[in-house]
Design a protein around this ligand. Structure first.
Ligand code: SF4
Length: 480
């Protein structure tokens, strides 16, 4: 019997996008390319840039990494303009298709518009059904497209300033960039779920990015965050701010941006990500210290927390696990034994560090648990005497509806398992997670303005957990 074809490896956790925009330079597309390149960790399945020459919009999107989608000739000769927005994307199930790559570029009564979105609209399926019943035809299967249909609605078009009216219809996570021929409009949802920051280049051009690490490589400086419920317009007259809503009384900054997603060099929600992770590691050590010989980070996202853990517990910090930086995506293997072996494609264990030693391994999170277990088995094969796994956030027991792709609830290893049962599953000597209170104490954002739903089940913006985002995906799949 033929072996099953390899499929893409089940993902553990995926951010759903990064965005960048700049106004007022002939090099807009090249700088946007750099801004996207710096945010590649936020999405690796497709990339796109749209530019304006003041009258028309020109866009290019493609599947793959930013460096695969664009080349110097394309940026210089095809994407000529002095304002640009760009997007890197991870798709959800069933929608890794070119038609969903962003910025979405559309033509409506008022002319061309492009939209780039980071987040997830929880009411997109309902809105879409309503519009389809009125004869609207959608060209993509992404939640973002509904925004363009709202913009084109006659009762919105006739308003002096349609955008605030459009945004009032949206629920969920949305950090957005709109490109019109004469301006960029940057928007953040009233809950402030995803980050979005304003920067300024050394030459004085205004730019916008999901993460401030994009400013570092575009010679720009961080100016401030876009406020929840704010629209920032950038055009030839500079920057102008207006509100379409007041910030929600209970905000929902995504704490997982700090735990895992964001680049350690970025400043997110007013705090440097590396320093937050180091503080999480220190707190973890205070909560669950254990006699050991060294602390080993799980590369790369566990590194800052492991450093904090080692400092707080006065243990040696050792690089006992070395990532293979040139492995892209690996594939689902037909057996657990093969999956365990596949881990060594991604990680090498430094036997001289772990052999016959009691090691504390610090990682950012556990989602399904199977990948973590394979890594722990690799450490055991390399001769580790004791393995003490420490996780710099609480157990993930609930799905995210606001723009992060975890497993479905039944696939989460912490769903219906105690920590002791997870420890048995992972096959380590001890396992401890950071407490929710301990995690929140490490942040400057007040607890009332944080989203902790994937840990606590407290969804600040009510969601239909039964319907879930996957029911929207099923609707989408019918189109193909
Ligand atoms: S549920 Fe978790 S991952 Fe999703 S927005 Fe909230 S904190 Fe972030």
């Amino acid at each position: 019997m033929a072996s099953p074809l390899p499929q893409y490896e089940e993902y553990e956790k995926k951010e759903k996008c990064g965005i960048f925009g700049i106004w007022g330079t002939e090099a807009a597309s090249q700088i946007t390319y750099q801004g996207l390149f710096a945010q590649q960790h936020r999405g690796q399945e497709s990339a796109g840039i749209t530019v304006t020459d003041g009258r028309e919009l020109f866009g290019h999107t493609g599947m793959g990494l930013v460096s695969q989608v664009f080349n110097p000739r394309l940026l210089k000769e095809e994407l000529k303009g002095y304002g640009a927005i760009g997007h890197v994307r991870y798709s959800t199930t069933g929608s890794s298709k070119l038609c969903n790559a962003q910025p979405l570029l559309r033509q409506y009564l008022m002319g061309p518009v492009a939209v780039a979105h980071n987040g997830n609209l929880i009411n997109a399926a309902l809105l879409r059904q309503e519009y389809e019943r009125h004869g609207h035809i959608f060209q993509s299967t992404t939640d973002t497209e509904i925004i363009v249909h709202l913009l084109a609605k006659p009762s919105h078009v006739e308003k002096a300033d349609p955008l605030p009216h459009v945004l009032k219809h949206l629920q969920g996570a949305f950090s957005l960039l709109f490109l019109f021929p004469n301006r960029i409009e940057a928007v953040r949802d009233p809950w402030g779920i995803r980050p979005l920051s304003l920067g300024r280049t050394a030459e004085g051009q205004w730019c916008i990015a999901s993460e401030t690490c994009a400013f570092d490589c575009t010679d720009a400086e961080f100016v401030r965050d876009i406020e929840p419920g704010e629209i920032v317009r950038i055009d030839d007259n500079g920057v102008h701010s207006r509100r379409y809503d007041k910030p929600a009384e209970q905000g929902a900054r995504c704490v997982f941006e700090h735990v895992y997603f964001a680049n350690p060099a970025s400043v997110v929600f007013g705090q440097n990500v590396h320093l937050v992770r180091e503080t999480l590691g220190r707190q973890l050590a205070r909560e669950s210290n254990v006699p050991a010989d060294c602390v080993i980070p799980m590369p790369d996202s566990g590194r800052s927390a492991a450093l904090g853990y080692a400092k707080e517990s006065d243990l040696v910090f050792e690089e006992g696990i070395v990532p293979n930086r040139f492995v892209g995506r690996t594939f689902i293997m037909p057996s657990q034994a093969a999956r365990d072996r596949a881990v060594s494609m991604k990680l090498n264990i430094v036997e001289e560090i772990v052999k016959d030693r009691r090691i504390v391994v610090v990682d950012d999170s556990i989602v399904r648990g199977t990948t973590t277990r394979s890594k722990m088995r690799a450490l055991r094969r390399a001769g580790a005497k004791e393995i003490h796994l420490r996780i710099s956030c609480p157990p993930i027991r609930h799905p995210c509806f606001y723009g992060i792709d975890f497993a479905t609830v039944n696939e989460l290893v912490a769903n219906n398992r105690t920590v002791e049962q997870i420890r048995e599953f992972i096959e380590v000597d001890t396992l401890s997670y950071l407490s929710l209170e301990g995690m929140l104490a490490c942040l400057k954002v007040p607890e009332k303005d944080c989203c902790t739903a994937c840990w606590s089940g407290n969804y600040k913006i009510p969601v239909n957990e039964q319907a879930s985002k996957f029911s929207f995906e099923r609707d989408q799949l019918k189109m193909f």
